[in-house]
Design a protein around this ligand. Structure first.
Ligand SMILES: C[S@@+](CC[C@H](N)C(=O)[O-])C[C@H]1O[C@@H](n2cnc3c(N)ncnc32)[C@H](O)[C@@H]1O
Length: 203
């Protein structure tokens, strides 16, 4: 049995509020602190989107005037979307975000005003290996932001602390007017994850 098999406060709250996963509160905290969706009402890209809480939060925040493309290896949950995932302003690409095929298909839907990435590798229990794999996904997300984010755009990416994530933060600070590190309160206690936020992509 997984150590997380018992729903905790955040998981129960998520279901009650119409989201499949507790991760929605991490994006909500980031949005409230950094004004992610105050800065635009345009196009967003969500990498590592399943089961779909960040995508639902984004679609609800940007409304019908905005649009979202989402990518994941796994399908999205359809339990809470109330038809939002069937609307014309949403596209889901099922596949590997590191593959050329998915990259080309996603980039063709841009440019985006926000690139969000909560992707996480399947954990091995070895925190050093997990950190290396997580950083590879975070760096791939940064490459999407480099290629497909419009000027002024926002980037949010999950990183596991422990690897060489400081070099990624440095690259974010080079590409954006501001690069910040933030650990939401709703992260699980003892988790190694944190989030890097790039605000205002430079031209
Ligand atoms: C923590 S979950 C994301 C939760 C999501 N933000 C939400 O709110 O529902 C991490 C996701 O990353 C996805 N993932 C991991 N590696 C990936 C890859 N190479 N390409 C696409 N998705 C990947 C996993 O399939 C998993 O669904």
């Amino acid at each position: 049995m997984s150590q997380y098999s018992q729903p905790d406060f955040w998981s129960l709250k998520a279901r009650k509020e119409g989201y499949p996963a507790r991760s929605v509160y991490k994006l909500k905290e980031i949005d409230e602190k950094f004004g992610v969706f105050k800065r635009f009402c345009g196009k967003a890209l969500d990498l590592g989107a399943a089961p779909g809480s960040w995508s639902l939060y984004t679609l609800r925040r940007v409304g019908a005037a905005g649009s979202l493309a989402a990518v994941d290896l796994s399908p999205l949950s359809r339990q809470y979307d109330k038809g939002l995932f069937d609307k014309e302003n949403f596209r889901f690409l099922q596949g590997d975000m590191t593959s050329m095929e998915i990259r080309d298909a996603a980039l063709a839907l841009g440019p985006f005003n926000a690139v969000l990435c909560d992707a996480a590798p399947a954990t091995t229990g070895n925190s050093a290996i997990d950190a290396i794999r997580s950083l590879a996904l975070s760096e791939t997300a940064f490459e999407y932001a480099e290629s497909a984010l419009a000027q002024g755009g926002v980037f949010v990416v999950k990183v596991f602390q422990g690897g060489d994530s400081a070099s990624l933060l440095k690259r974010i600070r080079g590409l954006f007017s501001q690069g910040r590190s933030f650990k939401p309160q709703s992260c699980r206690k003892g988790s190694f994850e944190t989030y890097y936020i790039g605000l205002g992509k430079k031209s």
